[in-house]
Design a protein around this ligand. Structure first.
Ligand code: PMP
Length: 414
């Protein structure tokens, strides 16, 4: 097949750069994440597992909007619940019944949760969680994992980033993932000063292999934190509702004090949630946190429908099963072409890397070639499966992968 062209995307990106800083900001932006010549930048339509760009090219989408899409774009049950709610009330001057219903649903579903709170983006609730932990403990410092991501507030960004000042990081102590000794050292050096540790259930940095918790990691971490009166915040924004419906911590056998959800909670409608234990309920009540759009009833209704659907079809089991089919097929094809494709992270949201070129340029070319043939892959970030990815989608993807591996082999032998 003829690889795709992106002339409309490129023209629109040129227009965008005239009126929007960067043209497209953040993780949807072009290089260094996605090379201009091999990627689309603007969407025209998205249905089920597929999207179409402004040039009319069709893709099987393995980025799933970077996580929010979990049941397929335009899922009938979720969209119907949203439309029904929108016909009644969305943003109004009062909170909605849906807010109470969704809180009840989460309290029933998530073992750690005795209460729930809603906002819009992941960073709204990671920030709120830290504020609650500081209020509850009267301490300032936060332990975080180096290379972990919690949003774009200054304290969450990597030190040295443009627009951040050293003081933003004054009370953030970063330790390496899977290093209990480093946590012990930090706790010793800042005795009685650490309010909370914030971490994802497993480590999913960009441009690097993802890493599961080592055997015993979470139980050892919890022992240290409990001993020192330090709270544990699970940032489940990316993994939540993909790995386990009760919070991904249930899969890995630990019990945080607070869990942050967003992304997949409402199949693409804007919503985030913080859930927590009874012990923190009055501290949460005391921390002022709000936003103009945080009470939007449409997103809350969509979340109820999304979670009910994920329960009904056992979404996490399905995602793991389809992920495994894709990954087994891909690693076999790479081996047949004499290449080593390393898979890390969970099958529902894997990170892949061709190890034959440590600069990652070969891998970037491979992902670009797949994208130009209709399987939307990025090279820097973990991918996402959805329950809309069928066996036929996966077979078609494997055919694209085979073609793309041939193309990069041809290029390197030229
Ligand atoms: N935490 C994690 C683990 C994330 O992956 C993200 C988003 N990529 C966030 C927090 C921040 O979420 P948002 O971009 O919605 O603020």
């Amino acid at each position: 097949m003829q690889p795709y062209q992106f002339s409309q995307s490129q023209a629109l990106l040129r227009r965008a750069t005239q009126v929007i800083p960067c043209g497209i900001y953040g993780h949807f932006g072009p290089a260094p994440y996605t090379p201009l010549e091999h990627y689309p930048f603007f969407v025209e339509k998205a249905v089920g597992s597929r999207l179409w760009d402004v040039d009319g090219n069709e893709y099987i989408d393995y980025m799933c909007a970077y996580g929010p899409m979990v049941l397929g774009y335009g899922h009938p049950r979720v969209d119907e619940a949203y439309r029904k709610q929108m016909a009644e009330a969305d943003i109004a001057s009062l909170a909605s019944t849906r807010m109470v219903e969704l809180a009840e649903l989460l309290v029933d579903l998530v073992p750690v949760a005795d209460w729930a709170f809603f906002a819009k983006n992941g960073a709204d609730v990671t920030n709120y969680a830290v504020m609650i932990a500081r209020a509850a403990t009267g301490r300032k410092k936060i332990l975080a994992i180096g290379g972990g991501y919690h949003g774009t507030a200054p304290w969450m960004q990597a030190p040295g980033r443009h627009g951040c000042i050293a003081e933003d990081h004054e009370h953030v102590i970063r330790v390496a993932w899977n290093d209990v000794e480093a946590i012990e050292q930090a706790v010793g050096a800042h005795a009685g000063q650490i309010a909370a540790m914030i971490a994802s259930p497993y480590h999913h940095p960009i441009f690097a292999d993802n890493a599961a918790p080592a055997d015993g990691y979470w139980s050892q971490v919890q022992q240290v934190l409990d001993r020192e009166g330090i709270l544990l915040i699970s940032d489940d924004v990316r993994c939540g509702f993909r790995l386990h419906l009760g919070g991904s911590n249930e899969k890995y056998g630990f019990k945080p004090d607070l869990i942050c959800f967003s992304k997949a909670i409402a199949n693409g409608y804007a919503l985030s949630a913080l859930v927590g234990t009874d012990a923190l309920k009055s501290d949460a009540a005391g921390v002022f946190h709000s936003g103009s759009f945080w009470y939007s009833a449409g997103s809350l209704a969509a979340a109820i429908a999304c979670i009910e659907e994920l329960k009904a079809i056992d979404g996490p089991a399905l995602l793991e099963q389809q992920g495994r089919k894709l990954l087994d097929g891909m690693t076999q094809l790479a081996a047949a072409h004499g290449l080593d494709l390393r898979v890390t992270g969970e099958p529902a949201m894997p990170y892949l890397r061709l190890t034959d070129d440590p600069s990652l340029m070969l891998h970037q070319r491979f992902c670009g070639e797949c994208t130009r043939r209709g399987a939307y892959f990025t090279s820097h970030h973990n991918w996402f499966l959805s329950t809309a990815h069928t066996d036929d989608d996966i077979q078609q993807t494997l055919d694209i992968v085979d073609e793309s591996l041939k193309a990069i082999r041809r290029e390197s032998s030229d």
